[in-house]
Design a protein around this ligand. Structure first.
Ligand SMILES: [Zn+2]
Length: 146
């Protein structure tokens, strides 16, 4: 997902004056009222739950398929040639994506329930996304060197 899209998901509007920001604030800087989440915030909560569930289901599905190929290689078909290190790496990547999916779902639920984001969950999601991008970079570099 592009960072612009993530930033769009982060955008929220003040219900009193319409001030719009991507910052995690509790008091509106324009009208000084408690920052109340708009309907857009709740919609984005449902969207996040759907997105998170999609990620978790997708990765679980691919994971199950990969596991099947690893354990029961089809004769003449695709089979897994990696060693324990590759298996660990794949499990790591899948675990990472599923964790992000769960965190996104949880944050979506939080938004609907409490009307605002759980900033720790947002930080957690961003940290994982960064780790994921870093990991992808690392794999690219490794592929170039190897
Ligand atoms: Zn306001």
């Amino acid at each position: 997902m592009a960072f612009a899209q993530v930033a769009q998901l982060m955008r929220q509007e003040c219900k009193s004056c319409g001030y719009s920001t991507t910052e995690l604030i509790e008091v509106c800087p324009q009208c000084r009222r408690a920052f109340i989440a708009s309907d857009a915030m709740r919609r984005s909560g449902y969207l996040q739950i759907a997105l998170g569930a999609f990620l978790v289901l997708l990765m679980s599905g691919i994971g199950a398929l990969l596991g099947k190929i690893m354990i029961f290689p089809a004769p003449g078909g695709s089979h897994f040639t990696g060693g324990p290190r590759e298996i660990l790496m794949i499990v790591g990547v899948f675990g990472l994506v599923i964790s992000v999916g769960l965190a996104i779902m949880l944050n979506g639920y939080w938004q609907i329930r409490f009307g605002r984001r759980n900033k720790y969950l947002v930080y957690f999601i961003f940290a994982f996304l960064l780790a994921f991008v870093g990991f992808g970079y690392f794999l690219k570099m490794k592929a170039k060197l190897g």
